[in-house]
Write a protein that binds this ligand. Sequence first.
Ligand SMILES: NC(=O)c1ccc[n+]([C@@H]2O[C@H](COP(=O)([O-])OP(=O)(O)OC[C@H]3O[C@@H](n4cnc5c(N)ncnc54)[C@H](OP(=O)(O)O)[C@@H]3O)[C@@H](O)[C@H]2O)c1
Length: 318
Amino acid sequence: MVHDAYGALEFLELREIDLPALGDDAVMVRVQAAGLHVGDCFGVRGEPFAMRLVSGLLRPRYGVPGFDLAGRVHAVGRNVKRFQPGDEVFGVCEGSCAEYARAGENQLALKPESLTLEEAAALPTSALAALHGLRDAGKLRAGQKVLINGASGGVGTFAVQIAKALGAEVTGVCSTANVALVRSLGADHVVDYTREDFTQRAERYDLVLDSVENRSLSECRRLLTPGGTLLLNSGTGAQGMDMLIRLVKPLLVSPFVRQNLRRYLSTPNHEDLVVLKDLVASGKLRPVIDQTYPLAGTVKALRHIEGGHARGKVVVTV
Ligand SMILES: NC(=O)c1ccc[n+]([C@@H]2O[C@H](COP(=O)([O-])OP(=O)(O)OC[C@H]3O[C@@H](n4cnc5c(N)ncnc54)[C@H](OP(=O)(O)O)[C@@H]3O)[C@@H](O)[C@H]2O)c1
């Protein structure tokens, strides 16, 4: 699936293109499944504009959407040590909505044996965002209380399970239709936001992971213990200047309050993909797949994600 210009999702078309050059340090993967997330929609639309700093300022440099993949190693560059042709892998690449994709050696790991390729492709970006948020940015420890807003989404379904694996008491926030799902993932408490305003709860939390960002900073702060942390993981619920204010305000306020208000960026790496693989092997992590689409259905898959109510992950099979 390729787009030659930024704009509508419908700019994507299915056509033959040349294989990307392999290079000495990269791995060429025969893609069998591509996991999608909202960042792929941003990449096709070229909005927020900052996305273009990576993918090309005026027009997309490569133009194939998709970061997450699972598949079989087709070829390896001469400096690659960890993988060989035939290995089944999962990880992050440039352009997974294609038959072949090139990935850095450090952005792949061997596929968890108990998962299908579709399930493995659902893991990388969203599960790493949950892991990096909770373990690294949020420094979540056993016995602490964490609230996850957006618990039924791509990041949230992993965050609930990873927070439980870290030993926390977990409260998930989602809509009525997803209450049973979030409970089945291990959440100790589930708040249905259509019936209860979660920001008005009496409970206080050591950590709030907000993957929705549809509430004001002061509403979210009142949920925190005096030394608690608010981890903001979206910033996409607003446009233009409002979005800039939403992105920057918590960082400006944080130095003047006891609570820690922060954003974070999750960067994929081999070691943490292995952490995910181990969590899967120990039965503590499993992807929830909402829908699977064929490659030609990529536009429909991205539209489904843009709807903002995906139940877990959306995957394209190649
Ligand atoms: N920091 C990083 O490195 C990083 C990495 C990956 C993603 N992200 C960001 O993480 C964010 C979440 O991504 P995602 O893939 O999890 O999104 P998603 O799959 O679209 O999930 C959306 C979630 O929002 C909930 N939601 C929708 N409308 C709501 C409302 N009115 N009130 C409360 N909840 C509502 C949905 O719950 P219901 O369906 O139950 O309503 C669902 O749980 C995105 O903004 C993405 O950019 C950041």
